[in-house]
Design a protein around this ligand. Structure first.
Ligand code: AMP
Ligand code: MG
Ligand code: MG
Length: 305
């Protein structure tokens, strides 16, 4: 079965297993205590967990899918990793599913895999570990099509740590229970560390009953998927393609939208600019275009200029 399944199904099934191992590496680095923090820019830290998780993911996926372009947040990584970090197996349960017809014939050269080995690094260093996710996004040509969002520190009812959420457009989602946010309220989820005056003006445009300030693009989209918020608003440049590819695919596989603040989807081919210059607006169960038009046009036009 494994060798005959369409490429997209094998990439998804391999990414599910790889994200789980990367999550274990992220927990181990925290347990061992020396985070090895390096500043990549203002409010943009990198730790040993980001570096090691990326090496594990890129080495594993490169070995399994040598013809596929993979772009990771932490740049070029040493792919000479120990065998313990090389994920060979595929998630069998996922592989049993039927491949949507639209992706069945996609070839290795049609794919770009966008990897954020640890989304929410600032929160990881500050002890907000529930905000941390591992993001593996799968683009076919321009579009975000499949995604894995793994939460290494999610506590399962039996005490086990970690859960893995997946989504594939045309197939659906798995690994969590979808709920819609409460009617009669309007809850926004947004950044806790990358705000500015323009972003604040965009937030002010909504009649929010509550604003949740949390870390990471992955965690904010999980809040939408689990009905804890109605909209994710981020009206500044700063998020990158590896932050949004997996969340966009999972959210859209659930019937939601993740776009720039003008309502346009980003492109995820290998040549695009990494920064999402026009910010992020995401929702599920809402009229997404109405949300776009709530933000004054002059605010939308000023973002990213
Ligand atoms: P946040 O919503 O602030 O947690 O950001 C979501 C993702 O985008 C995280 O991976 C951040 O590191 C990244 N990000 C957002 N804004 C910036 C920025 N101004 N500089 C660097 N990274 C950013
Ligand atoms: Mg990130
Ligand atoms: Mg990251």
């Amino acid at each position: 079965m494994a060798s005959t399944a369409p490429v997209i199904m094998r990439i998804m099934a391999s990414s599910i297993q790889t994200a789980k191992l990367a999550g274990g590496i992220i927990r181990d680095v925290l347990k061992q205590g020396d985070l090895g923090i390096v500043d990549k820019g203002k409010n943009d830290p990198q730790t040993e967990a980001d570096r090691s998780a990326q090496r594990c993911i890129i080495a594993s996926l490169t070995k399994k899918f040598p013809g596929v372009k993979i772009i990771g947040e932490e740049g070029g990584s040493d792919l000479n990793v120990c065998d313990d970090w090389l994920v060979e197996d595929l998630d069998e349960e996922f592989l049993q599913k039927s491949c949507p017809a639209e992706w069945r014939d996609a070839k290795p050269e049609d794919f770009v895999i966008w990897v954020d080995p640890l989304d929410g690094t600032a929160e990881y260093t500050q002890g907000y570990v529930e905000h941390v996710t591992v993001l593996i996004g799968i683009a076919v040509k321009d579009a975000a099509v499949g995604g894995i969002i793994h939460q290494p520190f999610y506590q399962q009812p039996d005490g086990e740590l970690g859960r893995t959420i997946w989504g594939l457009k045309g197939l659906g989602t798995g690994g969590f229970t979808h709920s819609l946010a409460p009617p009669g309220e309007f809850i926004i989820t947004t950044t806790r560390s990358h705000s500015n005056a323009l972003h604040q003006q965009a937030l002010n445009a909504f009649p929010a009953t509550k604003i949740l300030k949390v870390g990471g693009a992955g965690f904010k989209v999980l809040q939408l998927l689990e009905g804890k918020a109605h909209a994710y608003v981020f009206a500044t440049p700063g998020c990158k393609k590896w932050d949004t590819c997996a969340p966009e695919a999972v959210l859209e596989a659930q019937g939601g939208f993740l776009t720039d603040i003008n309502g346009k989807n980003y492109s995820y081919n290998a040549d695009v600019e990494h920064v999402n210059r026009q910010g992020v607006l995401a929702s599920v169960g809402e009229n997404h275009s109405e949300l776009v038009y709530k933000i004054p046009r002059k605010v939308r036009e000023a973002v990213g200029v």
